[in-house]
Write a protein that binds this ligand. Structure first.
Ligand code: NIG
Ligand code: FE
Length: 411
């Protein structure tokens, strides 16, 4: 069959092919890298992959041929945990943070998430859309072709829906694919401070009403925010309704978030800086992905998650930005990848696995993205790098040369 597009002269083609599930243990490190390779694309999907001479049958009179100049090509990157849609910014809390006031104390004073809730309520749909679009453009420039986006800055129906509708419209209009998550239980609004269980019931009532707008439900399970019992109540109901589950788990205090994620068979548990070893083992047994967010540790100036231990016990690890206006105001996934090595001690191969195929599993889209194999979407990044180590080693800059989304050149 003739291809629409052939990308030839790829120095290193990182395919991420070869497993039937998320990559675990050595699979995260032992990845396929084809030298002198090409990728053929038809109707936005991968038609063929090969090395050396390009087969004649792939080339017709309408086939475009692009030269990758001997550079490194990977699957489109997946940022599987972001708070993409929100109003305002929180640089006004920066001085407090560096003077040592904790993230949870800022929240308890009515700042933090609650301050972004106010800005998000005040922002119009178009303001939220334009701000999120600007971030999405940056993410794409850094090689991200799929993004998970959470609500959670409304904490009441109308604003949660406004956020989810912004994500829906962006998904329709922007080249980046968006997977939506309802995070109605992101913080307890001040007026429910004395009766948080009442607010838990309000979130539960919202679940069926936002079903058409979100694929996942997430809860910020943390001491001083939502307890394990409250989280369980919300997520069990969400599961009954047909949502897939995620948790902000054991970010600051080890209250059993990882264990709960395992019990509920969530798709992922995220953060996990304080997760217990038993929690990690239970996650491995129940195939829950550990979505680690090292940019948040960096920016909160806190401990990092124990990625090495998680990989050792057989948890599939993914990495994401956690892009949000408080704990991690960056869209730069390449910096997160560099932290994956420099702060989490993951190898460049493990890091690449974490932001491609394992990230695809973390958003439950691995049947269509996350690896370069026949039939999957032709989401591809050409890095201006002679090998994958270089992308991690030379830090703080953008290494992207080109990005293809479903076979179209978008960067
Ligand atoms: O993933 N930890 C909870 N939620 C976000 C931060 C949200 C915010 O501070 O605005 C996180 O870190
Ligand atoms: Fe988050």
């Amino acid at each position: 069959m003739e291809a629409d597009l052939i990308i030839k002269n790829i120095g290193n083609l990182v395919t991420m092919r070869g497993t039937n599930g998320p990559r675990i243990k050595e699979e995260m490190n032992n990845i396929e890298i084809l030298k002198n390779a090409y990728v053929a694309v038809k109707n936005g999907k991968i038609l063929d992959i090969g090395q050396g001479h390009i087969m004649d049958k792939l080339i017709g009179k309408n086939t475009e041929i692009h030269d990758a100049k001997g550079l490194t090509v990977t699957p489109g990157l997946v940022d599987s945990h972001t708070h993409l849609v929100h109003g305002g910014s929180r640089e006004n809390e920066f001085a407090l943070k560096i003077s040592g006031v904790s993230y949870i104390d800022i929240l308890k004073r009515g700042g933090g998430i609650l301050s972004t809730v106010k800005s998000t309520k005040e922002a119009s749909f178009d303001e939220l859309y334009n701000k999120a679009k600007k971030s999405l453009d940056i993410m794409l420039e850094y090689g991200v072709t799929t993004v998970e986006a959470k609500s959670g800055y409304g904490l009441e129906f109308d604003t949660e829906v406004k956020q989810l509708k912004v994500a829906k419209k962006l998904n329709e209009n922007h080249p980046v694919d968006i997977v939506s998550t309802f995070l109605g239980a992101h913080a307890v609004p001040i007026k429910y401070k004395e009766n948080p269980d009442e607010f838990v019931d309000i979130v539960i009532e919202m679940l069926p009403k936002v079903k058409e707008l979100a694929e996942f439900v997430d809860v910020f399970c943390e001491e001083g925010v939502f307890s394990v019992d409250q989280t369980k109540k919300i997520l069990q109901r969400a599961k009954e309704i047909g949502y897939k589950l995620k948790l902000h788990a054991d970010e600051i205090v080890p209250i059993g978030g990882a264990e709960l994620a395992a019990e509920l068979k969530a798709i992922s548990a995220d953060h996990l800086m304080a997760a217990s070893e038993n929690g990690m083992k239970l996650m491995a047994e129940n195939k829950v992905i550990a979505n680690i967010l090292p940019g948040t540790s960096f920016n909160l100036m806190k401990d990092y998650a124990n990625a090495r231990k998680m990989i050792e016990v057989g948890v599939a690890v993914s990495l994401s930005t956690d892009y949000n206006p408080g704990s991690c105001p960056t869209e730069n996934i390449q910096f997160i990848m560099q932290l994956g090595s420099l702060a989490l001690n993951m190898t460049p191969s493990e890091v690449l696995t974490a932001v491609t195929i394992n990230g695809a599993y973390a958003v439950d889209k691995a049947d269509e993205i996350g690896s370069i194999e026949v039939g999957k979407k032709a989401d591809l990044v050409v890095f201006d790098a002679p090998n994958i180590e270089y992308i991690i080693y030379h830090f703080g800059i953008n290494h992207v040369y080109r990005v293809y989304k479903e076979g179209k050149l978008v960067v």
